[in-house]
Design a protein around this ligand. Structure first.
Ligand SMILES: Cc1cc2nc3c(=O)[nH]c(=O)nc-3n(C[C@H](O)[C@H](O)[C@H](O)COP(=O)(O)OP(=O)(O)OC[C@H]3O[C@@H](n4cnc5c(N)ncnc54)[C@H](O)[C@@H]3O)c2cc1C
Length: 204
C-alpha cells in the first residue's frame, strides 16, 4: 500500500483468506469481517428443520407452517415479524425467550411501537421459557420448571452472534499492523462499527 496514494480499490467478489492477503504484502490490515450466528448446544440443533435468522432473512433457507423463533432479542423479533408478514406459507410464529421480556435490546423510544407491531401481527410470545430440545415436530421447552412442547414445522435460531475471527487467526503475527473493527471485535451495532472504522482509518 502506498501511504501517499489516495486510491481506494475494492473487490467485492474476493473471499479474503490469509494467504491471498499476505501476497498483497500489506503494511496494515483492517479486519471488518463481522460476526457469525451462535449455535447453542441443544439436542436436535442439526436437524433439517433448523435455520439461523440470518439464513431466513437473506432467503437462503425457506421456512413454512408454524415457525418457532428461538431468542427474542431485536434480531429474533424482527425475524418473527418478517416471516409472518412476508413469507408465503407461514401461518403461525412463536417467539421463545428465556428472559422475562423480549426486545430488551431495542431502544426505549421505539420499543413500544415495535412490540405493538408484533402484537398486531399475532406473533405469539413465550417468555421465561428455555428450549431444551428440538425434535422433528417441534421444541421441548421448560417454562419456570414446567416442561412443555410447542409444535413447529421449522425452527429459527436467533440467540446471538460471535466475532468472526477466522481471518484474524490466520493473520496473527504475519502483518506488522493488524486491526479489527466492528462486529469482528465484538458484535454490537452499526454505530460502533462506523466509529471504530473511522478511528482506525485515520490512524493508518
Ligand atoms: C438482522 C440484523 C438486524 C440488525 N439491525 C440493526 C439495526 O437496526 N441497527 C444497528 O445499528 N445494528 C443492527 N444490526 C447489527 C449491525 O448489522 C452490525 O453491528 C454491523 O453490520 C457490523 O458492521 P461490520 O462492518 O462490523 O460487519 P458486517 O456488516 O457484518 O460486515 C462484514 C462483511 O465482511 C464480509 N466478510 C467476512 N469475512 C470475509 C472475508 N474473509 N473476505 C471478504 N469479506 C469477508 C462479510 O461477507 C460481510 O459483508 C443488525 C444485525 C442483524 C443480524
Amino acid at each position: 500500500m502506498n501511504r501517499y496514494s489516495r486510491q481506494l480499490t475494492t473487490d467485492p467478489n474476493t473471499n479474503g483468506d490469509a494467504n491471498t492477503l499476505m501476497n498483497m504484502q500489506p503494511d496494515a490490515v483492517i479486519l471488518a469481517t463481522g460476526a457469525t450466528p451462535l449455535r447453542p448446544d441443544i439436542p436436535g440443533i442439526d436437524r433439517k428443520c433448523v435455520a439461523t435468522a440470518e439464513d431466513v432473512l437473506t432467503k437462503r433457507t425457506k421456512v413454512w407452517g408454524t415457525v418457532v423463533v428461538v431468542g427474542g432479542g431485536m434480531v429474533g423479533c424482527e425475524t418473527a415479524e418478517f416471516v409472518l408478514t412476508r413469507v408465503e406459507g407461514v401461518d403461525r410464529v412463536v417467539i421463545v425467550e428465556m428472559l422475562g421480556r423480549i426486545a430488551g435490546d431495542v431502544p426505549a423510544t421505539s420499543r413500544p411501537f415495535f412490540l405493538a407491531r408484533l402484537e398486531k401481527e399475532g406473533v405469539e410470545i413465550h417468555i421465561h421459557t428455555t428450549v431444551k430440545e428440538i425434535t422433528e415436530g417441534g421444541v421441548r421447552v421448560d417454562c419456570k420448571g414446567d416442561p412443555q412442547f410447542i409444535e413447529a414445522d421449522t425452527v429459527v435460531l436467533s440467540v446471538g452472534f460471535e466475532p468472526d475471527s477466522r481471518l484474524a487467526r490466520g493473520l496473527e503475527g504475519r502483518v506488522s499492523e493488524l486491526y479489527a473493527v466492528g462486529d469482528c471485535l465484538k458484535p454490537r451495532t452499526i454505530r460502533e462499527a462506523m466509529a471504530e472504522g473511522f478511528t482506525v482509518g485515520m490512524k493508518v
